[in-house]
Design a protein around this ligand. Structure first.
Ligand code: PMP
Length: 356
């Protein structure tokens, strides 16, 4: 979805050339707690958050991971006590991101294990994963469990202005972000964590050190260049007061997402057998206007009684989706990507509108 933006005027400034002699060492900054973190990447992460105002960076450690997927695992490792008799429970409100259970249980760790829906969890010791805005249903979430000894991981992959109004500067203990959802560069495999507590940050860094001896420097440099181009686009726009949004990633992507949500709602109305979550609006402190949220996924429900397995029903109609069952929900609901290419999205809404 973001590719046309990066093919535009700003794409050139995100081009990176790495000569053969560069980025050869394991080390990036031996004085940093996260010694494999490229200083330019850290600088651009902090600069972008200051521009958007979605998360606090003052007093936080920045950690880099191979996608936020690696940082999620690092956070589980860092938060689970190393000497407990039983694995610590990892929970999240249903519907939850479908990768949380397999990422948690893949290695059958003795430190932690997936324990399902946070709303039905009973106990004081846990890690609650809070994904906001939520993948899959786009809702804004807060932790539902409130015990003193419980720990939270906030997965803020979608807390960017193209998906939701930025309503506050979040300042949670562990906040995860990724270039995949922010700029669209999923293949660069770079995510970052903002971590308040030094000891937790050290343990997370240790996890990356043990699993992959750090994180690809070339990818970090590319991510730094891409994030820098986004911030520069805004700073340049302010300086020149030029019109249009060709240089403004979040404005460009928000406009596109809003068009797509309009097209999807029209298709759902034309079909008559589906329903979507209600539209929510809020004041965005970044763009300084009231806007509706445009989630990266549509959580589509079928109201027709005879359709029991919506994923299979849509597949018969040549639409590939992910069943609600993978997210801890039922079979009559599916998750649909709203961030595919223009072409795929166009075909999808036409097919959906024609289903009666
Ligand atoms: N968290 C959420 C909520 C996601 O949707 C995704 C990607 N689908 C990730 C984390 C993982 O992102 P990354 O590409 O950085 O590993």
């Amino acid at each position: 979805m973001f590719e046309p933006f990066w093919r535009g005027p700003i794409g050139e400034s995100a081009t990176l050339v790495i000569p053969g002699w560069q980025t050869m060492s394991y080390f990036s900054d031996v004085g940093n707690l996260c010694w494999f973190l490229e200083p330019s990447f850290e600088r651009e992460v902090r600069r972008l958050h200051r521009l958007v105002g979605n998360a606090a960076v003052e007093g936080y450690h920045v950690l880099v991971g191979t996608g936020s997927s690696q940082l999620f695992q690092a956070a589980l490792y860092a938060l689970a006590p190393p000497t407990a008799d039983t694995p610590l429970s990892v929970v999240s409100t249903t519907p939850f991101y479908s990768m949380y259970p397999p990422l948690t249980d893949f290695l059958s760790s003795g430190l932690y294990r997936w324990a399902g829906d946070a709303n039905t969890f009973d106990g004081d010791d846990y890690i609650e994963v809070v994904c906001s805005p939520s993948n899959p249903d786009g809702s804004i979430r807060e932790a539902v469990l409130k015990s003193k000894s419980g720990k939270d991981i906030h997965d803020l992959a979608y807390y960017w202005p193209q998906y939701t109004p930025i309503t506050q500067m979040l300042a949670h203990d562990i906040m995860l972000f990724t270039v995949s959802k922010c700029t669209g560069h999923a293949g660069t495999r770079i995510g970052w964590a903002l971590v308040k507590d030094k000891e937790v940050a050290q343990k997370m860094s240790k996890f990356m050190e043990q699993s992959t001896i750090g994180v690809c420097k070339d990818a970090q440099l590319r991510a730094a260049k891409v994030l820098g181009a986004v911030t520069d686009g805004y700073e340049h726009q302010l300086a020149t007061a030029a019109g249009g949004d060709a240089n403004l990633l979040f404005h460009y992507a928000r406009r596109k997402m809003a068009h797509r949500w309009c097209a999807l709602r029209a298709a759902v109305a034309a079909s008559g057998i589906f329903s979507l979550p209600n539209e929510v609006a809020g004041f965005c402190t970044f763009t300084k206007d009231t806007v509706t949220s445009n989630p990266a996924f549509a959580w589509l429900r079928c109201e027709k009684q005879e359709v029991e397995d919506l994923e299979s029903f849509l597949r018969e109609n040549k639409i590939i989706t992910r069943s609600g069952t993978k997210f801890g929900a039922d079979q009559k609901v599916v998750r649909i990507s709203m961030v595919d290419t223009d072409e795929a999205f166009g075909i999808f809404v036409n097919r959906l509108a024609a289903i009666k």
